[in-house]
Design a protein around this ligand. Structure first.
Ligand code: CP
Ligand code: NVA
Length: 305
């Protein structure tokens, strides 16, 4: 059987992504009903973190445990990877012992190189380029609350970062339109922008991006690895806060999402993230349900039950 990886959303077809979103909803309902669904007994997930995490770590660890398996946590501080052992050698060794690997890395190339040398599926738990697991949770949340997302419009306000890149990829695979408002010099990946130009608009004005949008979303001004640029970024992103005025420009039933962690008063106003249009807590919970669907899919394929 060919090994399936999840390094970006584009590793799946639109039909497979639609399955994952549906399946995440099924697994969520079963979990909430207290039903045990443990199709992965004895399976082991290795998680490698070069950066901090709350949601990703807890959602993967709780998720694999609920599916009947277990997780191992590794950081470069305690693995030989942090002392110069190559990514390929690490992948060859780890993938002989576990069933699935999740990596959160600074460089996207770390995940793709690891995947190329791995005997088991590799999941991207965030890189400088993409955060595909978060998009599964975002699309699950949006469709749970508002129905099919095809043909709808998303407004992205702020940094053209890993999350923004994943929204660009998602726009095509889930068939929605995307308006990005970012300051000059903070655009998303140029190749992705060019590839999805038919459904993506790059603007400077958050209000213009939000006009009539069905979903408004944003992320921190300084992603992990860019903390030392915070002062410069705070100046560049002044005016890129999702506040009540931005939400008022969106469709009346628009929802607000944020992958979290959030900085109230910077990229989002407290009145928005803590307000009635915000679905960020459901979104955070859905990381677990979506990733359970993903792990089950990568190891067992699509499930009928
Ligand atoms: N959204 C997200 O990935 O959060 P963590 O950094 O806490 O994992
Ligand atoms: N763009 C943020 C997302 C954190 C989940 C970062 O990379 O730090």
């Amino acid at each position: 059987m060919t090994i399936r990886h999840f390094t970006t959303l584009a590793d799946c077809t639109p039909a497979e992504l639609a399955y994952l979103i549906r399946r995440a909803g099924v697994l969520k309902a079963r979990h909430r009903a207290g039903e045990r669904h443990a199709p992965l007994p004895g399976r082991v997930l290795a998680q490698i973190y070069e950066k901090a995490s709350t949601r990703t770590r807890v959602s993967f660890e709780a998720g694999i445990a609920q599916l009947g398996g277990s997780a191992i946590f590794l950081s470069p501080r305690d693995a030989q990877l942090g002392r110069g052992e190559s990514i390929e050698d690490t992948a060859r060794v780890i993938s002989r012992m576990v069933d699935l690997v999740m990596i959160r890395a600074f460089r996207h190339e770390t995940v793709t190189r690891f995947a190329a040398a791995s005997q088991v599926p590799v999941i991207n738990g965030l890189t400088d380029h993409a955060h595909p697991c978060q998009l599964l949770a975002d699309i699950q949340t949006w469709s749970e609350l508002r129905g099919p997302v095809a043909g709808r419009t998303v407004a992205w306000v702020g940094d053209g970062n890993n999350m923004c890149n994943s929204y660009l990829t998602a726009a095509e695979l889930f068939d929605f339109r995307l308006r990005i408002a970012c300051p000059e010099g903070y655009e998303p990946d140029a190749a992705l922008l060019a590839r999805h130009a038919d459904r993506v608009e790059l603007l400077r004005d958050p209000l213009a991006a939000a006009a009539g949008a069905d979903l408004v979303t944003t992320d921190v001004w300084a992603s992990m690895g860019h903390e030392d640029e915070m002062e410069k970024r705070a100046a560049a992103f002044a005016g890129y806060c999702v506040d009540a005025a931005v939400m008022a420009a969106a469709a009346p039933d628009a929802i607000f999402l944020h992958c979290l962690p959030a900085h109230r008063g910077e990229e989002v106003a407290a009145e928005v993230i803590d307000g009635s249009q915000s679905a960020v807590w459901e979104e955070a919970e859905n990381r677990m349900h979506a990733q359970k669907a993903l792990m089950e899919f990568l190891l067992l394929g699509e499930q009928a039950d």
